[in-house]
Design a protein around this ligand. Sequence first.
Ligand SMILES: Cc1ncc(COP(=O)(O)O)c(C=O)c1O
Length: 421
Amino acid sequence: MAPVRTTGAIVAAISFSMAAFSYFLFFKMNTSTLPFNNKKKRRKGVVDAIGNTPLIRINSLSEATGCEILGKCEFLNPGGSVKDRVAVKIIEEALASGDLVPGGVVTEGSAGSTAISLATVAPAYGCKCHVVIPDDAAIEKAQIIEAVGATVERVRPVSITHKDHFVNIARRRAVEANELAAKKAKASQVDGNGLDRMNGCTIDQEKENSDFLSHCNGGFFADQFENLANFRAHYEGTGPEIWEQTSGCLDAFVAAAGTGGTVAGVSKFLQEKNPNIKCFLIDPPGSGLFNKVTRGVMYTKEEAEGRRLKNPFDTITEGIGINRVTKNFMLANLDGAFRGTDKEAVEMSRFLLRNDGLFLGSSSAMNCVGAFRVAKTLGPGHTIVTILCDSGMRHLSKFYDATYLFKYGLTPTANGLEFMK
Ligand SMILES: Cc1ncc(COP(=O)(O)O)c(C=O)c1O
């Protein structure tokens, strides 16, 4: 019986070792390629599905320049853009500070992406969203915001210094929501039953143009331009992801700025990791940031020529370009800036569509113009990262509309990259 027992023990030992070895192999394979497997992991709800976006090689531009040009696919976020990260950070910080409470309304003045992202994630936090938008923004953006359940006010575009600029109206709506919530609380204390009547009239009558206000638990103005939660979303999220996905092997980062949150958060993080990483701005027509970065003064050619008042059309690229320095932009670490034209952005979008199957929005196309310029400036052999902010789906009525492009002399004609001078 002894040999049988010995054989059994050997078989058991071998089986155990094989099982342990397989388990080790399985575990090792899964952890050694963490970003890849993170993507496959089950995520807890829509908020957990934001971020950890793929970083892809843009083959056509990489081959044309001899550089590795990489694009961070932010269009793959659930709300369709880079702004999902910002929406989550703004709401979470506001809830943590008590400035926003569940059942409250987040208000924002946004030409689109941030509003869509806030509207998308607000319900996950038990909150509502109200958006004030200029009526010259692409119509599909307002349609999406309403479709996902937010309320939308479309207003005439006026100067930021005007009290009825869409950002100022959004700020006011949050104040009104807070006033209304305070009055409601007071009324319920007096009446003891949460009555909706004060001074003989209903709260709804009092704020007749702001129906949403009467159904919420106070308001919070997201303020993406000045709220540094925006910067932190990129400093704590986008930047570290780019660092990990490139294993720290990158030479440059380039992006356009709207609020400046992306370029500031990413540039600050990357340069803290490695001060040799060069960070650049690509600036669209009508924006004063190029001059701010290169000469230290806010100045645009359009303003100098007095064209702005006669023709308010500055750029076809939505969400980027600005004529003031926001608190978010102030935190950017930039080594230089490039200019991009509308024609280059349109042509670049069609080039990437034909050659890479990338259907990108206008700011992403401008970022790729920037990546190409950086590649040409640094020369072959460098790795350059940019942001693919949103997809072309959001830009059908302008950037991808033949009639609109023709009207502004922007009809694409190039076969290759000859439009990049
Ligand atoms: C589509 C799109 N791309 C890019 C940007 C610019 O990013 P940031 O605001 O972080 O500068 C925005 C800003 O609103 C945007 O909406």
